[in-house]
Design a protein around this ligand. Structure first.
Ligand code: SAH
Ligand code: SF4
Length: 354
């Protein structure tokens, strides 16, 4: 067990407080904080600190980090998918994408996920643990270093359910947006959730300017219950009520994710029902052709179906777009790579046992 404390999860204020207790001049906390935000992996690298302070820090704290275990680059659009190794040998995935406004990173918040959505590779590989705030931050630091360019946008849409790791995710948001750190403003951050209603109300109270994405994927309970077990706890009505309240308080448009699955949720009737349920809400619908995940029986809706679905939504006044698919040749939807590696590892283990 790690008895040392996680220094990189500390906010600037908390670090200042610690050094005050140690009776160390306060400018040192700024120096340490900046080193940590730059992504150093040891106290030795903090060359402007006196040696005894570095040694004292190393006795009390550890520095979380992540290293690149695998990397795949899309030949189609340059999207890069990373498999990162954490200090305890667990793995998470990140995807780096180029957009017209700069580099955008899709990061993970948990190793695996507990929510068990039937179409999702992460859901299928089970849950190991939450990431700490410092580990979530390390994903960005490691990928930014590898890319050699500043990352300007973040989406919390990788492995895991961010609102199921609420405290660490909120702490991460505070760290990544602070001026002394990576300084990525809330308006450049999106958080995606499968719909943990109690936490959406908590987040509403924070009144942050980030974009909330809600993975809806169905217009009613009958369909949503089949694909998203979370719907049995908080159904579509409860979820949309929370979303209305959230949009009203924050003044921010909610982005509804809708993975189009042929024959499951893509009929005209589904589009009409969705439009009537979203009527009057400050929102936008993002249609995503469902990604084939090995072992599930779902197929993407055809391009004509997608167009027809959008036209029904738009006629009813609901803004909608089909999301651009990036990295389609590298399994860029999160969860797929870790799952493949787990399968490879268990195949290797089986071979070793023979
Ligand atoms: N747990 C959060 C965030 C991570 S999942 C959530 O569920 O929102 C990121 C997005 O990918 C979600 O919208 C999720 O529904 C979607 N997704 C998962 N598997 C997919 C697949 N096979 N095809 C298309 N989208 C998928
Ligand atoms: Fe978890 Fe999101 Fe995948 Fe559902 S879609 S299993 S909530 S990561």
């Amino acid at each position: 067990m790690n008895l040392l404390e996680d220094i990189k999860s500390k906010t600037y204020e908390e670090l200042k407080e610690t050094l005050k207790e140690w009776e160390i001049p306060s400018f040192r906390s700024g120096q340490i904080f900046r080193w940590l935000q730059q992504g150093v992996s040891s106290f030795e690298e903090m060359t402007n600190l006196p040696k005894d302070l570095r040694e004292r820090l190393a006795k009390c704290f550890y520095i979380a980090g992540a290293s690149v275990a695998r990397k795949q680059v899309s030949k189609i659009d340059g999207t890069v998918k990373y498999l990162l190794r954490l200090n305890d040998e667990e793995h998470v995935e990140c995807v780096l994408m180029e957009y017209h406004h700069g580099l955008s990173i899709c990061i993970s918040t948990q190793v695996g996920c507990r929510m068990g959505c039937t179409f999702c590779a992460t859901g299928k590989s089970g849950y190991a643990r939450n990431l700490t705030a410092s580990e979530i931050l390390s994903e960005i630091q490691t990928v930014q270093k590898d890319a050699g360019r500043r990352i300007s946008n973040i989406v919390l849409m990788g492995m895991g359910e961010p609102l199921d790791n609420y405290d660490n995710v909120l702490r991460f948001l505070q760290l990544v947006s602070c001026e002394e750190g990576l300084n990525i403003g809330m308006r450049h951050i999106s958080l995606s959730t499968c719909g943990l209603v109690d936490r959406i109300y908590d987040l509403e109270k924070e009144n942050l300017q980030l974009t909330l994405s809600v993975s809806l994927h169905a217009p009613n309970d009958e369909i949503r219950n089949q694909t998203m077990p979370v719907n049995r706890k908080w159904n579509v009505e409860a979820l949309l009520k929370a979303c209305r309240s959230y949009a009203k308080t924050t003044g921010r448009r909610i982005s509804f994710e809708y993975a189009m699955i042929s024959g499951v949720n893509d009929s005209d009737a589904c589009a009409r029902e969705l439009a009537s349920r979203l009527e009057g809400m400050l929102c936008h619908v993002n249609l995503i052709p469902v990604n084939d995940v090995t072992g599930n029986h779902y197929k993407k809706s055809s391009a004509e179906r997608q167009k027809r679905f959008i036209s029904i939504l738009e006629k009813k006044g609901i803004p909608a777009t089909v999301r651009r698919t990036l990295g389609s040749d590298i399994d860029a939807s999160c969860g797929q790579l870790r799952r493949r590696i787990e399968e490879e590892e268990s195949a290797h283990a089986a071979l070793r046992e023979k």
